[in-house]
Design a protein around this ligand. Structure first.
Ligand SMILES: NC(=O)c1ccc[n+]([C@@H]2O[C@H](COP(=O)([O-])OP(=O)(O)OC[C@H]3O[C@@H](n4cnc5c(N)ncnc54)[C@H](OP(=O)(O)O)[C@@H]3O)[C@@H](O)[C@H]2O)c1
Length: 330
């Protein structure tokens, strides 16, 4: 895979562990694209919580060591394999997956995981699309099967996935309620599709949501922290309501009876279970959102490759998200 001729800076993980195992190296060989692969000059790469779980060695996905983390890059096509006909050198693109890792100056990707990045979005925004928007779309359309006119609570709306859910849900005609943990996060949620916002750090915010939605309850809850909120979620749902578990970081006790009276459902979502065809469908819907203008990623904190360990620390112990966390390589 490596040419051995050209070298780049990249993060390498040689052992699973804490953020300190992320090592910046400046002598990593730039890979050569083969067959249906493309090589991308990376301008920005999204940082997703899952990359911290994988790095720690506790996730189901365990890459062979050493590896470079990162799936959501945005940049410019540098070279293409013999059978990668969709793209040419110089095209602006973003990805939902990489072969060689995105925390690097260059990344190799299979062409079916690469999508054109419209001129109206910059590279930072391109790096915020992959996992967050494809997960948000799957959670709402595939898992919750939302219908226009329904209500959705985005429980954890200020981060990468949450803001994507708010934008998509609003564009699809839902009544959108969101939560954030800071005033700044709350404003961003309101500016990105939510009709109403609540602060999940306030002790009585669940009562406020109940008061707002009344007896009927909420049709769909997209949940970013189920281990904290699932019990409350079940009590907020409407008859036939659905909780979609996007994020959870531990166990929680619930009373299964709470699902009986309202015949409600708890549905888990895993983006990596999507088929190639589903990725194609989601990409088509999201491309339309970029063209029309409702898909506008909001960038939160930005880090250089040198500060990647800090980024991994902060995405888990956040003082309050204000959009998507990214690494900048420009
Ligand atoms: N299932 C999948 O396929 C899939 C795909 C992508 C992501 N995920 C998971 O989804 C979760 C969110 O990912 P992300 O990329 O959006 O992360 P992120 O950008 O770090 O955002 C985290 C969000 O969680 C919110 N939050 C914090 N405390 C909360 C609480 N008590 N109740 C509700 N929300 C709370 C944060 O709000 P404040 O910071 O404002 O407090 C923020 O909006 C992560 O656990 C991630 O692993 C799963």
């Amino acid at each position: 895979m490596a040419t051995g001729l050209k070298l780049m800076r990249a993060i390498r993980v040689f052992e699973f562990g804490g953020p300190e195992v992320l090592k910046l190296q400046s002598d990593v060989a730039v890979p050569t694209p083969k067959d249906h692969q493309v090589l991308i000059k990376v301008h920005a790469c999204g940082v997703n919580p899952v990359e911290t779980y994988i790095r720690s060695g506790t996730h189901k996905i365990k890459p062979l060591l050493p590896y470079t983390p990162g799936s959501d890059v945005a940049g410019v096509i540098e070279a293409v394999g013999d059978n990668a006909s969709t793209f040419k050198k110089g095209d602006r693109v973003f990805t939902t997956s990489t072969i060689s890792g995105g925390y690097a100056e260059y990344a190799l990707a299979a062409d079916h995981t690469v999508y054109p990045l419209p001129e109206k979005l910059d590279f930072k925004q391109g790096a915020a699309i992959g996992i967050p928007y494809f997960t948000a779309y799957r959670a709402l359309l595939h898992s919750a099967r939302v219908k226009a006119g329904e209500s959705v609570l985005v429980h954890g709306a200020s981060g990468g996935v949450g803001l994507a859910v708010c934008q998509i849900a609003r564009a699809y005609g839902l009544k959108v309620l969101g939560t954030a943990g800071t005033g700044e996060g709350q404003s961003i949620v309101l500016q990105n599709g939510a009709h109403e916002v609540f602060n999940h750090r306030e002790h009585n915010y669940i009562d406020k949501i109940k008061k707002s939605v009344g007896e009927k309850g909420i049709d769909v809850i997209i949940e970013m922290l189920a281990n904290v909120n699932l019990n409350n979620d079940l009590n907020l749902l409407s008859r036939g309501g659905r909780v979609i578990v996007v994020g959870s970081r531990g166990p929680i006790e619930i009373n299964p009876r709470d699902t009986m009276t309202k015949e409600s459902s708890i549905i888990g979502v895993a983006l990596y279970s999507s088929t190639k065809e589903e990725f194609r469908q989601y990409a088509a819907a999201l491309q339309a959102g970029m063209e029309i203008g409702w898909l506008k990623p909001v960038i939160g904190s930005q880090y250089s490759l040198e500060k990647v360990a800090q980024a991994h620390e902060n995405i888990i112990h956040s003082s309050g998200a204000t959009g998507k966390m990214i690494l900048l390589l420009e």
